[in-house]
Ligand binder design. Structure first.
Ligand code: SF4
Length: 224
């Protein structure tokens, strides 16, 4: 939602669904979604990838801005093209919470981000050190990232109870996220016993599937 609103893009410009039958992408962390048009397949929701401009046959995040290779940088230099709007998962890299949820821990980074022997997918040339990171920001990002991921898991649980086709998914998401801010009097009208967790309230609103359009405009029908 942040990318759509901040950059004026459509969901279909940058989001895709990846088949993940064995859970190798979700890794017991990201939720799986089921869709009515392919009910036997488990999907994860992801940013689109595109072929690299300079390294044909390899792919990169659609938002990675590539610089051309030169003598000093034979693999080129690249940066996030949507840095201020990047997803929570990107913001927390390379940290995770410690078991007590009090400290940010730099997790073990694999040498390569994908299987295979293409060096373009190599990750950090040296281990990250605490000095590389701000001392406050990673904790803030981790707290937000944890909240958003739990919210997204709740969305998946509700969606998967009664899967609809992929092409109505963004309307469902927009509706759920638009319900995350309400007036206090509206909240008491909805429920005489205000819920402690606003997240539950927003997600439960999604259970009214009647508000989800069954058809979307043609320009939104592109499938990834
Ligand atoms: S930080 Fe995230 S959004 Fe930005 S280029 Fe990397 S993967 Fe893409």
């Amino acid at each position: 939602m942040r990318i759509e609103q901040g950059l004026g893009l459509s969901f279909w410009d940058f989001v895709c669904r990846w088949e993940d039958p064995e859970g190798r992408i979700a890794l017991n962390y990201a939720p799986h979604f089921i869709f009515e048009d392919e009910p036997e397949t488990k999907f994860v929701i992801s940013l689109m990838h595109q072929e690299s401009e300079y390294f044909k046959g390899t792919t990169r995040c659609r938002f990675l801005t590539e610089g051309s290779p030169d003598a000093e940088h034979p693999l080129g230099q690249a940066r996030c093209g949507i840095y201020n709007f990047r997803p929570a998962a990107c913001r927390v890299f390379p940290t995770k919470f410690d078991p007590a949820n009090e400290l940010a821990v730099i997790h073990d980074i694999p040498q390569r981000s994908r299987d295979g022997d293409d060096e373009i997918y190599d990750l950090c040339p040296r281990p990250w050190e605490p000095e590389d990171l701000d001392s406050v920001r990673p904790l803030h990002d981790l707290v937000i990232g944890r909240y958003e991921m739990q919210f997204f898991r709740n969305i998946a649980e509700i969606w998967n109870r009664n899967p609809r086709p992929w092409h109505v998914f963004p309307d469902f998401l927009r509706m759920v996220y638009s319900r995350r801010v309400v007036r206090q009097d509206e909240l008491s009208q909805q429920d005489q016993t205000p819920k402690e967790d606003m997240q539950d309230s927003a997600v439960s609103a999604a259970e009214d599937r009647q508000v989800i359009p069954l058809e979307t405009p043609r320009r939104h029908r592109r499938s990834a």
